[in-house]
Design a protein around this ligand. Structure first.
Ligand SMILES: Cc1cc2nc3c(=O)[nH]c(=O)nc-3n(C[C@H](O)[C@H](O)[C@H](O)COP(=O)(O)OP(=O)(O)OC[C@H]3O[C@@H](n4cnc5c(N)ncnc54)[C@H](O)[C@@H]3O)c2cc1C
Length: 421
């Protein structure tokens, strides 16, 4: 079983990378200190990633299509229900479990990993965190079983890092929210099983804690079947080719008043806490990507002979590999710490930002180094390291850019001005 690039198209086949063997009884790298149930989950998802996901990745990446049959298998494995309570058909596990699963998938395929991360972190978790009992009962079971996907629509053309600049509006009319506006870059918003998008909209004005007045943002659940809700064609992205990303348009979209998610006018603080959680899972995705690149680079450094000895026995390459390992290990430690704090109910804003910042750089740097070690073969799209190289660009942008993470960390040091108007 090869866990990497296929199929190979040229007459003289490119060497295939060979990461850890599937079904290995050993726990995946970096999980040795986790509880045994997390180690088992990591091993199960690693084997699924190597045996099912990796062999199909190049084909789907080239076709730019989300493999729904793989998503269905992930649903059957219970991955979409990991941190959802059992009463809603979830697995009743902790957030660290989600991180463990996302990391193992991201080793071989970031698009598949982010489909899980966004489906849960941005789709289901807002409903679990802020939903009423009726909303949880109505929406969570199908999401937890992986039969449906949900998305989170915050970003707009004029409102990315500066989410306070949201232009989409919602007004109450005869017991219904009437929503007008548009959203950009919404992950999982156009798959065949996407059933709802939670959008943020301006519903009035409010005075913040500092005394300044600004727009009151509110989160509203919009079923994708609602008239006036349009999923526009997907983007031509640099990476994450199989991940589903669309702009959305909302023209006089009418949903019942009870689709309000959380408190009216509290959408801003609600999505900040959702993004904090999501960043921990994105940090796990970064660790997986960095780990996958390390595995591929080590395999190549062992098998490729140059100047009469394996690449890895040349000091510069050995040191490059050692640096890659140090990046993964430190990013993983930060991610585990943030996930454990989240599961313990402790504040995570700063820890999540640090884990995401360090993790996204580890992924990008390891992808660059892995491509270099693979030489010309690292420039072929069929090679997983070149896919990681393209895919890792978004890790320093999505769910808060580098600069947003730095602004959050600076705020915790007593300098809140970086992200304020
Ligand atoms: C593939 C993909 C998937 C996505 N999925 C989703 C999703 O599911 N839901 C969703 O709502 N959004 C999603 N996004 C949007 C993403 O979160 C935004 O692109 C991101 O938050 C940045 O916003 P922006 O693109 O508007 O950049 P801008 O906010 O315009 O920022 C441009 C640059 O300016 C910098 N900058 C901004 N403010 C400051 C400041 N105060 N000081 C210094 N520098 C600053 C930024 O860091 C960045 O480098 C996705 C994007 C992509 C590409």
């Amino acid at each position: 079983m090869s866990a990497t690039t296929s199929p190979v198209s040229q007459a003289s086949p490119a060497p295939q990378a060979t990461p850890v063997p599937a079904a290995s009884p050993t726990p995946p790298a970096g999980t040795e200190m986790l509880p045994v149930e997390h180690q088992r989950l990591a091993a199960e998802v690693r084997d699924f990633a190597d045996e099912v996901v990796a062999p199909a990745s190049y084909e789907y990446d080239t076709a730019r299509r989300l493999p729904m049959e793989i998503i269905a298998q992930m649903g059957q494995m219970g991955l979409f229900g990991l941190p959802i309570p059992r009463e809603y058909d979830g697995q009743g596990r902790d957030y660290l479990s989600l991180c463990v699963a996302v990391e193992q998938l991201a080793r071989v395929d970031q698009s598949i990993a982010v489909t899980l991360e966004a489906g849960l972190g941005l789709g289901a978790m807002p409903i679990l965190t802020f939903g009423t009992d009726a909303q949880k009962e109505r929406y969570l079971p199908a999401l937890a079983r992986g039969e449906e996907l949900a998305a989170f629509g915050l970003t707009e053309a004029e409102a990315g890092s500066d989410a306070g600049a949201t232009r989409t509006t919602a007004r109450l009319e005869d017991g219904q929210w009437v929503i007008d506006g548009s959203k950009q870059f919404i992950t999982n918003s156009g798959t065949p099983i996407t059933s709802l998008v939670t959008i943020t909209a301006v519903t009035g004005r409010r005075t913040g804690r500092s005394g300044t007045e600004g727009p009151a943002l509110t989160s509203i659940i919009v079923p994708t079947s609602t008239p006036g809700f349009t999923v526009l064609p997907s983007y031509d992205k640099v990476g994450w080719h199989t991940s589903d990303t669309h702009p959305l348009r909302l023209d006089e979209v009418r949903v019942p008043e009870e689709n309000l998610l959380g408190e009216r006018g509290r959408g801003f603080s609600n999505f900040l806490s959702i993004l904090d959680q999501g960043r921990v899972a994105i940090a796990a995705l970064c660790v997986g990507a960095a780990q996958g690149c390390l595995e591929q680079a080590v395999a190549r450094a062992k098998s490729r002979v140059v100047f009469a000895k394996p690449l890895g026995e040349h000091q510069h390459i050995a040191f490059t590999l050692a640096r890659m390992q140090a990046r993964v290990a430190s990013a993983r430690a930060l991610m585990h710490e943030a996930a454990r704090r989240l599961d313990a109910g402790l504040p995570i804003s700063q820890e999540a930002s640090i884990a995401k910042l360090v993790g996204s750089h580890a992924a990008a740097d390891n992808a660059r180094d892995a491509c270099q070690i693979w030489g010309g073969y690292g420039f072929l799209n069929e090679n997983v390291v070149s896919r990681h190289y393209r895919d890792s660009r978004i890790l320093q942008v999505g769910e808060g850019t580098d600069e947003v993470q730095l602004g959050i960390i600076a705020k915790h040091l007593g300098f809140p001005g970086a992200l304020a108007g």
